[in-house]
Design a protein around this ligand. Sequence first.
Ligand code: SF4
Length: 276
Amino acid sequence: METSERKVGTSKRKVVLGRLASYNAPMPQKKTPAVTRKLKAPSKAKVLSKPKVAGKAKRVAKRKPVDAAAVREIFTRFQASNPEPKGELEHVNVFTLLVAVVLSAQATDSGVNKATRALFAIADTPQKMLALGEDKVRNYIKTIGLFRTKAKNVMALSQMLVDNYGGQVPHSREALETLPGVGRKTANVVLNMAFGEPTLAVDTHLFRLSNRIPLALGATPLAVELGLEKIIPAEFKHHAHHWLILHGRYICKARRPECYRCLINDLCTFPDKTIA
Ligand code: SF4
């Protein structure tokens, strides 16, 4: 992004938030009950459909991404400073990771963790979640935004896991994206953290950071994801999204990036860097 996020108006923020939401939007579900829905893999064209890039794309295209040597150096430094980055969503197994990520849409990790500690202590499998029932699940997560819809999704995805996957979380993007409340970003997080895949889940931090440095320029999260996939060296891909998310959360903040203490300050070409 060319201008400082401080200058970005409310309407532009809404556009970015809308693009992030649609990137992680679950597949449209048929109106039949979730428990009886047949799985249907999304078409390749749908998953990787070309993002809509209008005026914003022209603006971001004016800046040039850093070169391959700088990309390598950036990730070398991230790796040196934090060799084993970890996500901050608390979970005890793959199922609770999936549920935590579903609950984290438009919510903070710390807010989700506060609600899920007690929930996961008594319901750490789809079967236990179903036995608990929607009313009680909703009560556990009532401090999280959109909790009513999320409680319904947790119940429906638990039922689908039991009915179609023997209670296990499937190791497949296509299958994950058929689960209620699960979109591309959620599937990417689960594939990365649970199954060790080199996927990149583009959240608001990663989207901002990639366009600021810039690593991969893009007007949509999908464009950024596909751009990053092309330029990040293979040996850094598995941890790349955590390094970028943590850097965006604690250093390259939306309103006032802390460039004066940024370990890639000399490599980043963001024009509105802050000084102490
Ligand atoms: S120098 Fe500033 S804008 Fe660039 S990555 Fe670091 S914190 Fe972000």
